[in-house]
Design a protein. Structure first.
Length: 324
């Protein structure tokens, strides 16, 4: 039998059924027995007021045991901390099968990204960077996980999902392209890829989330995000200058039609070129109301046939090989 109870009445031994949407709570599983106060704390910190318990599977619900603490109005700091902790736990959990582990890493990365975007301070970027290092190390050391991460098709367009998709794709691509060059700081590079669109925190949400194609004026505003993100990372000084270039240059194109500086060819840093290939690919395979959603193969075909002069040819060819 299931009962809805206030979070303040939840206690150890109770079996909870949480909403199935992964964003709705900070745990890997939707149903489980509460075994620690820390789990209850996480639910409270996540802004959850009530939970459904299954009394046939856990301790019988028998009334209030603690006063409900109202969730703080601004729980974004906690949200990010919770997401970072969860991500670290999944990264360390070698017993979880690779497909589930990859999906959990993706989910928690998106949640962590969301927490950061709410308020991107230097302190938060520093914490974010530490956690991304774990993802980068895993992509470099565990082929099963890196292959599974590439197979995740979370293509409902959302700025946070897009940032994680591009982060994962670009790290995987950088691993292949830069593997013979050990002078590259892959941790800083990974953080730069994940944060490539961070400048969008300054763009009006109505433009970011507009379901239709942007008009010229809105595009003009949107084109400011690389420089704004670069400025933010310069001010917070949490990632290397080369990695900040990822943020500034990921919309530059080899043939000079990109923005903000209309750079050409070799004037675009290799990090920016890697990110632009991953960014274009994810935009093509993402679901948006105003454009067809392409399958990965068709996106690669279109990039080859119609966009090759925009992209660095060798970087693109290496990118295609990731999908063998
Ligand atoms: Fe962008």
């Amino acid at each position: 039998m299931k009962k809805k109870i206030p979070i303040g009445e939840l206690k150890l031994g109770m079996y909870v059924n949480l909403p199935s949407a992964w964003r709705a709570h900070p745990f890997l599983r939707n149903s489980f027995t509460i075994t620690s106060e820390k789990q209850i704390r996480k639910l409270i910190d996540h802004g959850i007021h009530h939970v459904i318990i299954d009394v046939s599977q856990g301790t019988q619900h028998d009334g209030p045991i603690r006063k409900t603490k109202e969730p703080e109005k601004d729980f974004t700091r906690d949200l990010q901390t919770v997401a970072s902790e969860n991500l670290k736990e999944v990264i360390a959990d070698k017993k979880m099968p690779p497909p589930q582990r990859a999906q959990a890493i993706h989910n928690h990365s998106v949640n962590m990204m969301k927490g950061l975007w709410e308020n991107p301070t230097g302190e938060k970027i520093s914490e974010f960077k530490k956690t991304v290092c774990g993802v980068v190390d895993l992509v470099f050391s565990d082929n099963a996980i890196s292959n599974q991460l590439l197979k995740i098709t979370s293509y409902d367009y959302d700025t946070y999902i897009h940032s994680v998709n591009v982060g994962v794709l670009a790290i995987s691509l950088a691993r292949e392209i830069l593997k013979k060059h050990d002078q590259h700081d892959m941790h800083a590079l990974g953080a730069g890829f994940f944060l490539h669109d961070i400048g969008k925190v300054y763009i009006d949400e109505a433009i970011i989330n507009k379901p239709e194609k942007l008009n010229e004026q809105e595009m003009g505003i949107m084109r400011r995000h690389p420089a704004m993100g670069f400025k933010l990372l310069n001010e917070t000084r949490q990632i290397s200058i080369e990695s900040r270039l990822i943020v500034l240059q990921h919309h530059e194109r080899d043939n000079g039609i990109g923005y903000p500086r209309k750079l050409r060819g070799e004037d675009i840093h290799i990090y920016g070129r890697i990110c632009s290939v991953a960014d274009v690919f994810d935009a093509l395979v993402s679901k948006r109301p105003y454009k067809p959603q392409l399958k990965p193969f068709d996106a690669l075909k279109l990039m080859k046939e119609e966009m090759l002069d925009h992209l660095h040819k060798e970087v693109f060819e290496q990118f295609v090989l990731l999908f063998r």
